[in-house]
Ligand binder design. Structure first.
Ligand code: PLP
Length: 390
């Protein structure tokens, strides 16, 4: 094993960029004031939050007053769904979403079902795409909210958000549309006005910012019942003393990501394509999960028949490669990913999955090392499984 560890799990989290840490540090040292305090310490912190809000709003193309800072993607999704559901309860109780959403959306929908909301979970095609027509058909006179992820965190498929919003609004303009853009903000161009959504979730640690900070775009005029009450921060939409350093870091991270996207995106796309082509060429009985072209530039998700993803991950880790699989080990049995099952994969392919996600610090040498190691590991595990069954 070569000494260098190779990180290929950028969709789980990204390493904070050193420039982000540098921007944050003063707000954890000399500028430690509470932004709600009236004195100069407080005003310094308040100014930093205001500037960060303006920067993020400019980069996402919305008004600064439409950004609510939260503790991350999970909280943003919860605030969007629960906040709207509770605020519009008198207008209706129906929500439309898809079967491949992140658990931050799916489990929140389940919780809303428990208190009387009715949720339609739309199926996806074999690439993970859902169509605008499906949404138009699913809407009824009780529908108040639609929630559809911008790109899927496991398979990288990018959904046609603008077309979905158009189809929904054509039918009933008053329906509120939320998108979970946690996997796209900072990775592909995200323009809120082009997408046309009313609510959009994002999270700093997915684009080289710190963990525990994120945001929710809330279009002017959309009502939300706050889920965290207290001092009335964030215009009464999310109470709690603001995470000043985190917010400053998130704005810096987004600024860097947007600035470097024109060079970073094609670089990642080309490395990813080399990886995909290499894996599919060399490993028999392998398949690419997700859309062949309409996918995140840094995502590759494979299934290999005859192995278990978790075991593959451990083997890769022992060889210095950090990756992810869709399956999660719970109470000793392998649970296949709900996303892969929704694509129509059988159990064996769904548990034999491997997600490799590339990022800012990925090099061609990393990809070549994976292509060098992976075929042998897969073959060894397959042979082992065969001998167990024999
Ligand atoms: N939504 C999606 C699509 C995600 O990929 C994630 C993180 O994995 C989340 C929501 C949750 O974000 P956070 O980790 O900031 O709570």
């Amino acid at each position: 094993m070569s000494g260098e560890r190779i990180y290929l799990d950028y969709a789980a989290t990204t390493p904070p960029d050193p420039r982000v840490l540098e921007a944050m540090l003063p707000y954890m040292t000399e500028h430690f004031g509470n932004p709600n305090s009236i004195h100069s310490f407080g005003r310094k912190a308040r100014l930093a939050i205001d500037e960060a809000r303006e920067k993020i709003a400019y980069l996402l193309n919305c008004q600064p007053s439409e950004i609510v800072f939260t503790s991350g993607g999970t909280e943003s999704d919860n605030l969007a769904l629960r906040g709207v559901a509770e605020a519009y309860r008198q207008k209706g109780n129906h929500i439309v979403t898809t079967t491949i959403e992140h658990h931050a959306v799916l489990r929140t929908c389940k919780a809303l079902e428990d208190i009387g909301f009715s949720v339609t979970y739309l199926p996806v095609d074999e690439h993970g795409l859902v169509s605008p027509e499906q949404f138009a058909e699913a809407i009824n006179e009780r529908t108040i909210l639609v929630s559809i992820m911008h790109a899927n965190n496991e398979i990288g498929t990018i959904e046609p958000i603008a077309e979905i919003v158009k189809a929904v609004k054509e039918k009933r303009p008053e329906i509120i549309v939320h998108t979970d853009a946690v996997q796209t903000v900072g990775h592909i161009p995200v323009d809120i006005q082009e997408l046309g959504v009313d609510l959009l979730s994002f999270s700093a640690h997915k684009f080289y910012g710190p963990k525990g900070v994120g945001g929710l775009f809330v279009r002017k005029g959309v009502r939300l019942l706050p889920q965290i009450t207290g001092g009335g921060q964030e215009r009464n939409r999310r109470s709690g003393t603001e995470n000043v350093a985190g917010i400053v870091g998130m704005a810096k991270a987004l600024e860097i990501a947007v600035k470097e996207m024109p060079t970073e995106l094609p670089k990642l796309q080309s490395l990813r394509d080399e990886l995909i082509a290499g894996v599919l060429r060399v490993i028999t009985d392998s398949r690419l999960n997700g859309h062949p072209t309409q996918r995140l530039p840094h995502n590759a998700n494979f299934s290999f028949r005859g192995i278990e993803g978790e075991v593959l991950l451990l083997q890769l880790d022992m060889n210095g490669i950090a990756a992810s699989s869709g399956s999660a080990c719970s109470s000793g049995s392998l649970e296949p990913s709900h996303v892969l099952l929704a694509l129509g994969l059988d159990y064996e392919l769904a548990i034999g999955s491997l997600r490799l996600t590339l990022g800012r610090f990925t090099t061609r040498e990393h990809i070549l090392r994976v292509l060098d190691l992976l075929p042998d590991i897969v073959e060894r595990l397959r042979a082992l499984n065969r001998s167990f069954k024999a």
